[in-house]
Design a protein around this ligand. Structure first.
Ligand SMILES: C[S@@+](CC[C@H](N)C(=O)[O-])C[C@H]1O[C@@H](n2cnc3c(N)ncnc32)[C@H](O)[C@@H]1O
Length: 413
């Protein structure tokens, strides 16, 4: 992509910071390759280096790495680059254990020691919340980590076909090309063992995307259904509660950490009425129903909402009502100064209408569960005037990847 200066030439005072930055951007634009040192990891998992102050984002790099990199994208304010050579490795770099790391786009951090990944993610989340969320210096993030390998009970695969041969695997990094894989060490063994047999069950005209979920007793659910493979609802236990679902539904993949996620999110608060927005199959709604006299769970996906209803019935939680609607269409029904609200939106965070109504109705205790530090920071910046943050917890639900999960407990001032 050609470099376009952000400000027209001549309109920036010579010698100013902006002019120096413009000159640095022009120098960077003339380069193909350069040598840099990586400062730190940023939210999302890329390493950050600088060229004369301009940020360079480098996938699969490690803090302290001295690298020869090739520029892959140039923007007026930043650039992206890929590693050509590791001149000197940073501390905590290791040989990635999976042979597909590098071509497969599923993992980004296998080249870092497991403990270091968590430490760097926590630092990246803290920085994002400070910088974009406008939160002060004193903002400790509590970290909860679990099994770093063999942890996922669900996965999404893609398929390709080439002259009658079907490939099953993951998208490569930054493209939709399929990298065929026959094993994947982040999956629980019961799920990983299915992978090598999948191409044999699929025809050239089969599905392009395949969702797989494995239950407590090894039962498998696939979406869509694959002829010859077992399919059906599966059961997953979290604490002493049972959840029924199938592969079409969202469910957190790191099964081992879910009791802690529920504990940190739902807590021990009790009261009359609580709301669980973006409820999925009821991971938080069911435990909430033990602590509150009335609970409303709102879920936009009809299949997940049906399973949430079934899960409530199975536990005889008559106090739990599941509303199968988009939160945006329902939010006006939320009462003024609600006692307790949990929100667990997708990566895009809260939409403007949801943020606005939440801000206006100002529930007393608002728990925000987020899988994207940037949108969490944006939403906290807006809601932050009304709330003080009691606790921030990073749960490492996605080891070997740059993804993260943060629970923010907010209390109305
Ligand atoms: C991150 S998941 C959380 C699900 C649940 N809290 C859990 O932990 O299992 C987000 C959920 O929100 C649902 N969803 C996404 N956008 C929505 C919207 N605008 N309104 C209602 N639900 C939505 C998705 O179907 C998904 O089940």
């Amino acid at each position: 992509m050609p470099f376009t200066p952000k400000t027209p030439a001549g309109s920036v005072p010579p010698g100013s910071r902006e002019s120096q930055r413009g000159q640095a951007a022009a120098r960077l634009a003339s380069l193909d390759e350069l040598e840099v040192e990586v400062e730190k990891l940023i939210a999302g998992g890329d390493g950050l280096a600088r060229f004369e102050g301009i940020p360079l984002f480098i996938p699969r790099s490690a803090p302290g790495d001295r690298l020869r990199v090739r520029l892959t994208e140039r923007r007026p304010d930043y650039a992206r680059a890929e590693i050509v050579e590791i001149v000197e490795p940073g501390q905590g770099r290791r040989e990635p254990p999976c042979p597909f790391f590098g071509s497969c786009g599923g993992c980004d951090l296998q080249h870092l020691e497991d403990d270091l990944q968590v430490e760097l993610k926590a630092a990246a989340v803290e920085e994002t919340l400070r910088r974009l969320g406008g939160l002060g210096e004193a903002l400790p993030v509590r970290v909860v980590a679990g099994r770093p390998w063999g942890y996922r009970v669900r996965t999404q695969l893609h398929t390709s076909s080439d002259q009658g041969t079907v490939g099953v695997g993951y998208h490569s990094r930054r493209s939709t090309e399929v990298v065929p894989v026959d094993r994947c060490p982040v999956l629980v063994p019961e799920l990983e063992s299915v992978m090598s047999s999948l191409p044999g069950h699929l025809s050239e005209n089969g599905p392009r995307r395949l969702d797989l979920l494995v239950g407590e007793d090894g039962a498998l659910s696939t979406a869509p259904v694959v002829p010859g493979l077992p399919h059906g609802d599966v059961r997953l236990q979290v604490g002493d509660l049972d959840f029924s679902l199938d592969a079409r539904c969202f469910f957190q993949a790191h099964h081992q950490l879910l009791p802690t996620l529920v504990e940190v999110t739902v807590g021990e608060w009790t009261g009359q009425e609580a709301f669980d927005l973006y409820a999925g199959v009821g991971l938080f709604s069911l435990p909430l129903a033990r602590n509150y006299e009335r609970v409303t769970a709102v879920e936009g996906d009809r299949v997940a909402a049906r399973f949430a209803q079934r899960n409530a019935r199975n536990h005889r939680f008559k106090q739990l009502e599941v509303v199968s609607r988009a939160v945006e269409g329902w939010i006006d029904e939320m009462p003024e100064k609600a006692e307790r609200v949990i929100v667990d939106p997708p990566r895009s965070g809260l939409s403007k209408v949801v943020r606005t109504v939440l801000g206006a109705r100002a529930p007393s205790r608002l728990t925000y569960v987020s899988c994207h530090a940037g949108t969490l920071a944006r939403d906290l910046r807006i809601l932050g005037e009304l709330y003080s943050i009691e606790e921030l917890v990073l749960l490492d639900l996605f080891p070997q990847t740059g993804h993260m999960e943060v629970v923010a407990q907010l209390l109305r001032r």
